[in-house]
Write a protein that binds this ligand. Sequence first.
Ligand code: PLP
Length: 261
Amino acid sequence: MNPKVLTIAGFDPSGGAGVVADLRTFAVFEVWGVAAVTSITYQNTSGISGVYHLPPQAVLRQLEAIVSDISIDAVKIGMLGSEETIAIIIPFLQRHRLSPIVIDPVLKSSSGYPLLDEGGIKLLKEKLFPLAEVVTPNLAESSTLSGVVVSTLQDMKEAARIIHSYGPKNVVITGGHLKQKATDLLYDGKEYALFDTPKIKTPSMHGIGCTFSSAIAAQLSRGVELKVAIKKAKHYILRSLQQPLKIGEGRRVLDPSIRPD
Ligand code: PLP
């Protein structure tokens, strides 16, 4: 029987990021995906012009409908939008003892549009991170979350230690925007592990963070060990970046015909 993986995230109508990208990634990794939408974004491949956060009760009712019927083997959390939504999701996750939880701490779009309010960032760090098996910030997100300006591997180590102190079991800082190599850093509270891939030149891309964290959640739902899951997710992204798909006039997306090895 296929594992079932839940994503709790935003809706990008162009399909490049958010729940649509998550569900596509789950399918590519051959697990069944279910989704609860937190916010509707008004966006296409060229950018975001607005967001509408669903009332927290509407988010909760989607979640309760899912878990009253389907047993969940892993959870991926992406864009949450508001403090109120996080405040309703935390007791939901605890009530149903859902795990493992992968959190992609979506704070802003690449173009700088805020996707989580200030109160939400605080609650995310203090109350949601402690429930996570792993959190997967990129360089910009790790800077905001840790207060360290992160641009080198050394900065990543410092930020990972600070973010780990908020309570997640593991922190992976994704280094796709580092200058030399695309090195991701894993910190489990004791040791660092590095995951290297060469840096390749691509047009501007959309939905990489969503896809990376969903690929990890899909594998954890099968009991794959975290380091193995990160390595495979990273290699899958690299192969996808080598063949970006153009669907509109703006940023490129990941081609779902590319399969993980
Ligand atoms: N829209 C949604 C719904 C998202 O979840 C995300 C990021 O995770 C974005 C937009 C931003 O994507 P990008 O970082 O490619 O701008």
